[in-house]
Design a protein around this ligand. Structure first.
Ligand code: ADP
Ligand code: MG
Length: 279
């Protein structure tokens, strides 16, 4: 099959409910010493409506660059990146949450939460009510007028998550959002993201170093590796949980260990093959 035909077949397969289509993506950087590095050479990747996909891969694999390209912070050298429309035909919207919460220190919790909306339109009374509701759901009512410096790491990250979700995104990109948090807070935030998907049908792509987190939260885990980076494994996650699927019940599912072993094995051989060391 010619590359063009392969791409057409891929696009047809991705179907009408694709929230994100990345097709034939090429991108690279020139390093400081003038060497050209090709990070992506014909990468294809898609996300369905309401799907949670995790991306794992060693440091430097290109995960954050992929997010920068998807979100439009970087323009790809070539290839297609398309965000699917909503059911009513209006444009989809990507919300991108970085590892660092990037709260504005001079703004209160409520003002920080509303910042995402402010960037593209006037804040309405309904937005403020929605922000307060969401902050309440995350246990932040008592600190609504407080400033970020007085909050714990978990609270700050929840404010950042509120800001990300208030823009009513169709696709949320989370780049190692919970890595600096303690275990309990991390489990609670994993549940928050999963219930968001249940409630709104938002698609989520999550970059994480934590294989457990990837399995617990996702419908699919993708292993990104090599240079240029390619999808080295794609693992469908189906878990038998006691009751609803949560951060905790997922980890107790009988399939969990097998999936963990497969992804861990992939990461290890990836690190040895391509980086010469396990990181
Ligand atoms: N602006 C840039 N200029 C040059 N090289 C870059 C730039 N951004 C990222 N890189 C390089 O691209 C590779 C992938 O980086 P990144 O996407 O941050 O990886 P990951 O998020 O998977 O750890 C790394 O080797 C990094 O040094
Ligand atoms: Mg990164």
């Amino acid at each position: 099959m010619s590359p063009a035909a392969a791409e057409a077949a891929f696009i047809n397969r991705s179907g009408a409910d694709a929230r994100l289509t990345v097709a034939g993506l090429n991108h690279g950087f020139e390093t400081d010493d003038g060497v050209q590095t090709t990070l992506f050479a014909g990468l294809n990747f898609n996300v369905r409506a309401g799907e949670i996909v995790s991306i794992v891969g060693r440091s430097g694999a290109g995960k954050s660059t992929l997010f920068n390209l998807i979100s439009g912070l970087l323009s790809p050298q070539s290839g297609r990146i398309e965000v699917g429309r909503r059911a009513d035909g209006s444009a989809g919207r990507i919300a991108y949450m970085l590892q660092k919460d990037l709260l504005m220190p001079w703004r209160s919790v409520l003002q920080n939460a509303l910042l995402g909306i402010e960037l593209y339109r006037k804040v309405t009374r309904a937005d403020i009510a929605r922000a307060k509701d969401m902050l309440a759901r995350y246990g932040l009512t008592s600190v609504i007028d407080a400033y970020p410096h007085s909050l714990s790491g978990g609270m700050r990250q929840r404010v950042a998550l509120t800001r990300t979700l208030l823009v009513d995104p169709t696709l949320v990109l989370l780049d190692e959002p919970f890595s600096a948090l303690d275990y309990e807070t991390r489990l609670a935030l994993e549940d928050d993201v999963m219930s968001l998907r249940e409630a709104t049908g938002t698609s989520v792509v999550l970059v994480t170093h934590d294989i457990e987190e990837a399995i617990a939260m996702s419908d699919r885990v993708i292993l990104l590796g090599g240079r240029p980076a390619r999808i080295e494994d794609s693992v469908d996650v189906q878990l038998t949980t006691q009751g609803p699927r949560t951060a905790v019940s997922s980890r107790e599912a009988p399939e969990f260990r097998t999936l963990h072993k497969r992804i861990w094995g992939g990461l290890r051989s990836n690190n040895i093959d391509h980086a010469g060391a396990t990181t």
